[in-house]
Design a protein around this ligand. Structure first.
Ligand SMILES: O=C[C@H](O)COP(=O)(O)O
Length: 252
C-alpha cells in the first residue's frame, strides 16, 4: 500500500451543514483521489460525514480525539468502540492543542493509542517541538522522546497500523511552514528511530505526515521530500479549493 495520505483536521470549525457541503465540494473537485484522503471532522459530524464518504474509494474519516477507557462514567467523552461502530477508520491523537489545552502527555497518548488499536482504529499520532526547543536545536531529542514514550511499547502488528504526523508547534496556524529541508530532516530522524526499534520494513512502510501551515503553494515541495508522505492540514483543509489542490499535490 502506498504511504501517501492527506488528512484535514477541521478542529472546532464548521457546523454539520457546513461540513457536509465542504466534503461534497472537495469530493466533486478531486473525484477519486490517487492518495488516501481523510477528513478529521468534529465529533458531532462524524455519522453524517460517514454517509457521504462511505463506498467512495480512498476517502475516510478521522475523529479528532477519543477517551482512553473502553466505556464508563466519563461525561462528555467518546470511546474508540463508538467510533468504529459507525465506520470511522482513523483517530487523531496527541495533537499539540490537546497537549496544551487538555494537558495530554505521551504516557496518556500511549494508552489512547493502544485503546484505539484494540478497537480497530488507526491512530494518527502527532508529535512536534515548540519554538524554544527548535531555537535551542533540541528538536530531534525532544521529538525522539515523544515518539519513544508514545510508541515504543507497541508490538510489531500494532506499530504497522500507526501513522505519525510531525507537526512543529511553531508552524501550526502561524503561516510559518517548516522548510522542506527541516521537514525532511525530522521525518528521516523519526523514520530512523522507528527502524531502530521495529525494523526497516516497518519503518519503510510507515506513513509520516507533515503538519504546520501546509498550503497549496508549499504542499508539493514538502510532499516531494523522500520521507514526507503527505500532510495533516488544518486551516487550508477548510477551503475546498485549497484542500483539493493539496490533495492533488500529494500525487499517489
Ligand atoms: O492538525 C493540523 C495542524 O494543527 C496544522 O494546522 P495548520 O495547517 O492550520 O497550521
Amino acid at each position: 500500500m502506498s504511504r501517501t495520505m492527506v488528512a484535514g483536521n477541521w478542529k472546532m470549525n464548521t457546523t454539520p451543514s457546513q461540513g457536509a457541503s465542504l466534503i461534497r465540494e472537495v469530493m466533486e473537485k478531486v473525484g477519486t483521489p490517487a492518495t488516501r484522503v481523510v477528513f478529521g471532522v468534529p465529533a458531532i459530524q462524524l455519522m453524517q460525514a460517514q454517509e457521504l464518504v462511505a463506498g467512495h474509494t480512498n476517502y475516510a474519516l478521522a475523529a479528532q480525539n477519543m477517551h482512553q477507557e473502553a466505556n464508563g462514567a466519563y461525561t462528555g467523552e467518546i470511546s474508540a468502540e463508538m467510533l468504529t461502530e459507525v465506520g470511522i477508520e482513523y483517530v487523531i491523537l496527541g495533537h499539540s492543542e490537546r497537549r496544551d489545552y487538555a494537558g495530554e502527555d505521551d504516557d496518556l497518548i500511549n494508552v489512547k493509542i493502544q485503546r484505539a488499536l484494540e478497537a480497530g482504529l488507526q491512530p494518527i499520532y502527532c508529535c512536534g517541538e515548540k519554538l524554544d526547543i527548535r531555537e535551542a536545536g533540541n528538536q530531534e531529542l525532544v521529538v525522539g522522546k515523544q515518539v519513544e514514550q508514545a510508541l515504543y511499547s507497541l508490538d510489531p502488528d500494532q506499530i504497522s497500523k500507526v501513522i505519525i504526523a510531525y507537526e512543529p508547534v511553531w508552524a501550526i496556524g502561524t503561516g510559518v511552514t517548516a522548510s522542506k529541508e527541516q521537514a525532511q530532516e525530522m521525518h528521516a530522524s523519526i523514520r530512523r528511530m522507528i527502524a531502530n526499534q521495529f525494523g526497516t520494513d516497518v519503518a519503510q512502510n510507515m506513513t509520516i505526515l507533515y503538519g504546520g501551515s501546509v498550503k497549496p503553494n508549499n504542499a508539493k515541495e514538502l510532499f516531494d521530500q523522500p520521507d514526507v508522505d503527505g500532510g495533516l492540514v488544518g486551516g487550508a483543509s477548510l477551503d475546498a479549493d485549497s484542500f483539493a489542490a493539496i490533495i492533488l499535490a500529494a500525487g499517489s
